[in-house]
Design a protein. Structure first.
Length: 187
């Protein structure tokens, strides 16, 4: 097998597309981000990379809180809009129905199947972007996304981002922490 050298590019696996929420000067604002991941299990933490110039970052620094809202494919137009329109120039608080959890400072989107309310844990400067690590204070999920008391990714139907394009989740392959046992038995 041959490999092609691609230079310093961020070619990676597909990433979930999320809407990061923060109050900026008292107004709910949302920005689109695909550079998002789980950072820690105990305590539960998430991390999102945000460009230093983003209006939402001002609110995160101001309130020391933010939300991660996981939109479904039915919200792709509004999700993309939040990524291409700055809250400095447009009031994005009216695009969605907003609600608040325990912190009362991290706006969340009612229409999104899953919402994470986060207290800012730390910000790490990384050049063009900063990493905002947030401790999850509470998680909210729509009742209709569950199958057998577990969130069903097919019912969430999240937006997936890869190299400038949006996709939807594919087919089920196998159970994690299980399928590899077959290979382990052979060794």
């Amino acid at each position: 097998m041959t490999k092609k050298a691609c230079g310093k590019k961020l070619l990676s696996a597909p990433m979930p597309t999320v809407l990061v929420g923060a109050n900026v000067n008292g107004v709910p604002n949302y920005m689109t981000a695909a550079w998002y991941s789980i950072a820690c299990m105990a305590p539960p933490m998430v991390v999102v990379a945000i460009n230093q110039t983003r209006h939402t970052l001002e609110g995160i620094r101001e309130t020391k809180s933010f939300s991660i809202n996981i939109p479904s494919i039915h919200q792709v137009e509004a999700t993309d809009y939040c990524g291409i329109t700055s809250g400095k120039n447009s009031d994005k608080s009216k695009i969605f129905a907003n609600f608040y959890g325990n912190l009362k400072t991290a706006p969340m989107i009612e229409e999104c199947p899953i919402n994470l309310e986060c207290r800012l844990f730390t910000i790490t400067e990384c050049g063009s972007h900063v990493l905002c690590v947030g401790e999850v204070v509470d998680t909210f999920a729509k009742d209709d996304i569950f199958s057998d008391d577990t969130p069903d990714v097919r019912k969430v139907d999240p937006i997936i981002y890869l190299n400038g394009k949006y996709y939807r989740v594919g087919e089920y392959l196998n159970d994690a922490f299980s399928v590899g046992k077959n290979l382990k038995k052979k060794k």
